[in-house]
Design a protein around this ligand. Structure first.
Ligand SMILES: [Zn+2]
Length: 483
């Protein structure tokens, strides 16, 4: 069964057919670094990380780009209000780039703790100003954009497919836009590609000359200087690093509108090509009765989770154990269950290392790898994939013996599971079983098979001397660190 994913654009499951065989280009909308990202943000990045891992396990080469927004993201995702980073800089009395640096550091720390793979690139919006301006200039030339005294706007009426991703057609938007309409815009849904440093934005510190894209030194009112709107950065960084067309674009569901709708409009008008083949969105996380959101003030961060005694990998398991298109209501009971389930799997994996082939013959042939792949290929059905792991666990513990073939199938299945989920490595304080202990276990297995119990006991003591307890079970030996 080939990989199929739910495409938010077409609103159906679609088989992934990539632009280049066996290669995937994938763009993930990263965080706006004006505060430590919360676990709702990470749940979306984890979905992208899981997808990338599964694509790699399936034999694709993945070019993954994940941006960092350090300028231009206005409050409430709209064209009004302050730039989130500028505002935070004023609150903390620091330079905006210092704010961006501080929270980028925290973000990268959290990503590492959550065991996310490093993307091919982590472009920053402030480092791609020329590329953003190049697109804006094309849109002006083609008549898709126009200038007002406070900025440059995209004219949504010039793009007939506007609203196709989110369902927010121009008709709907027009009806809902009675209040707060910016008179200078031609249509209420027109969105900013560029904001000039005039009016409230006269105090914006990060600014560039529109004509050259060079950093502008002036301060105060200056209509020739400005900064990019939020949406344009992703179009620019995606096309600069991955090409005009990409296979996959991911984000949280609140990116669908306006952010991704606007990305599609500006990219497709600039290039004349389909921008993204398949759009994936992570459903939101609720905390209590409301959506987890920084602006609502009800958020949890990775350090909050760690402070309660959980591993970041318990959180990773929890967030991935729910299907990405299910709205998760965060609960501490859920964290407890996740920790228990993850520990069971980690312990089982450690147990499997000590199984050895040769004693008895197996087995009811079962293809867990295939069942696991079917689950993952069915729109990343992680609950089903985890159920396959637990089935395999129960089955392996009932085995009376191992053939070389079934043991190697088991160990390659386990490798696949570990790579895909990324949370079944033992914690750093739990050492992997050392090679000399493993070799004693193999010797002991042989001694037991030959019914040489004296030698078997001697080896048990030798293993104990090295700090490990061995236990004999119906399935063979299992091993744990002596405490
Ligand atoms: Zn984006």
């Amino acid at each position: 069964m080939p990989l199929s994913l739910y495409n938010t654009y077409s609103k159906k499951d679609e088989q992934l057919v990539t632009l280049t065989p066996k290669q995937v280009t994938m763009y993930t909308c990263g965080p706006t670094v004006y505060g430590r990202p919360h676990i709702g943000n990470y749940s979306s990045f984890l979905m992208a990380d899981l997808l990338r891992r599964w694509l790699e396990v399936s034999g694709y080469q993945v070019k993954h780009v994940k941006n960092i927004t350090d300028v231009g993201h206005l409050l409430h995702d709209s064209d009004h209000g302050d730039d989130k980073i500028q505002k935070q800089a004023e609150t903390e009395k620091l330079h905006p780039l210092e704010i961006a640096r501080r929270y980028t550091e925290q973000y990268l720390e959290d990503e590492k703790a959550l065991n996310m793979l490093e993307p091919m690139a982590r472009p920053r919006a402030s480092e791609f100003i020329k590329e953003q301006l190049a697109i804006i200039k094309v849109l002006l030339e083609k008549g898709n954009a126009y200038e007002t005294d406070d900025g440059i706007y995209f004219a949504v009426e010039t793009f007939p497919h506007y609203g196709a991703l989110s369902g927010n057609t121009l008709q709907n938007l027009n009806a809902g836009a009675r209040v707060g309409v910016d008179e200078k815009k031609k249509h209420p849904a027109d969105f900013a590609l560029w904001k000039k440093c005039v009016g409230d934005n006269g105090r914006h510190v990060l600014r560039w000359k529109f004509s050259t894209g060079e950093v502008s030194q002036s301060s105060g009112e200056d209509a020739s200087s400005g900064f990019p709107g939020w949406h344009i950065e992703c179009s620019a960084m995606s096309s600069s690093l991955l090409g005009d067309q990409i296979d996959l674009h991911t984000g949280g569901e609140d990116n669908i509108f306006p952010h991704h709708e606007c990305e599609i409009a500006q990219s497709e008008c600039a290039t004349g090509k389909q921008f993204v083949r398949l759009w994936l969105h992570k459903r939101r996380i609720d905390l209590g009765d409301a959506k987890m959101s920084k602006s609502l003030g009800n958020i949890l961060t990775v350090p909050d989770i760690v402070e309660k005694g959980y591993s970041p990998l318990d959180l990773r398991y929890y967030l991935l154990s729910v299907h990405y298109r299910t709205n998760l209501k965060f609960a501490w009971k859920g964290m407890d269950d996740a920790r228990k389930a993850r520990t069971k799997i980690v312990e089982w994996i450690r147990e499997c290392v000590t199984f050895s082939a040769g004693k008895g013959s197996d087995d009811s042939k079962k293809n867990f790898a295939e069942d696991f792949a079917d689950a993952m290929n069915g729109d990343l059905n992680t609950p089903q994939a985890l159920a396959v792991i637990f089935d395999c666990m129960a089955w392996s513990r009932n085995q009376k013996g191992w053939s070389t073939e079934s043991l190697s199938a088991l160990s390659s299945f386990i490798e696949e599971v570990k790579t895909t989920f990324g949370c079944f490595e033992p914690e750093s304080q739990a050492e992997p079983v050392p090679d000399d202990v493993l070799s004693l276990i193999k010797d002991r297995e042989a001694a037991r098979a030959a019914k040489d119990f004296k030698e078997s006991d001697r080896l048990r003591d030798a293993i104990k001397d090295r700090g490990w307890d061995v236990k004999d079970t119906a399935q063979g030996q299992t091993i744990k660190e002596a405490r």
